[in-house]
Write a protein that binds this ligand. Sequence first.
Ligand code: HEC
Length: 132
Amino acid sequence: MLPKKNVMLGLVFAVVPLFHASSTVMAADAPTPATVAAPAPTPAPAMDPAKMRERGQILALSCSGCHGTDGKSSSIIPSIYGKTTGYIESALLDFKSGARVSTVMGRHAKGYTPEEIHLIAEYFGNLSKKKN
Ligand code: HEC
């Protein structure tokens, strides 16, 4: 009887620290409440460049309906293909702000943040570089 009890006790002592350790891990994963946040906002972790390119490509999908696949238009809508990142980015920012008058581009560009516009412009800029 006594040895069995000792084994049980041993088990409890072996298992309790495990539970303790796992609850500490969970606490570390839980979002920090706003009140505990550092006074200066910590900068968002830099996104991996491959992920950023992929995001640009996904965002750029919405352009193909009007500007054609890869931005090569077969209609009266201008082609984006062959234009530089800088040109596309400033055009979109001007459409967004209203500095450049447009029919639909102003409405469309307003849906993107400047960061997203940059990713889209980079996607088309690189596409043109690659295939030229
Ligand atoms: C609903 C159709 C439509 C969609 C969607 C669209 N565009 Fe346009 N885009 C146009 C039209 C039409 C113009 C000509 C300006 C105007 O009247 O709005 C234009 C003009 C532009 C221009 C200026 C081209 C030049 O030669 O100066 C750029 C750059 C451009 N679009 C980029 C984009 C990008 C990038 C997207 C996707 C995020 C996009 N457009 C989505 C219709 C569209």
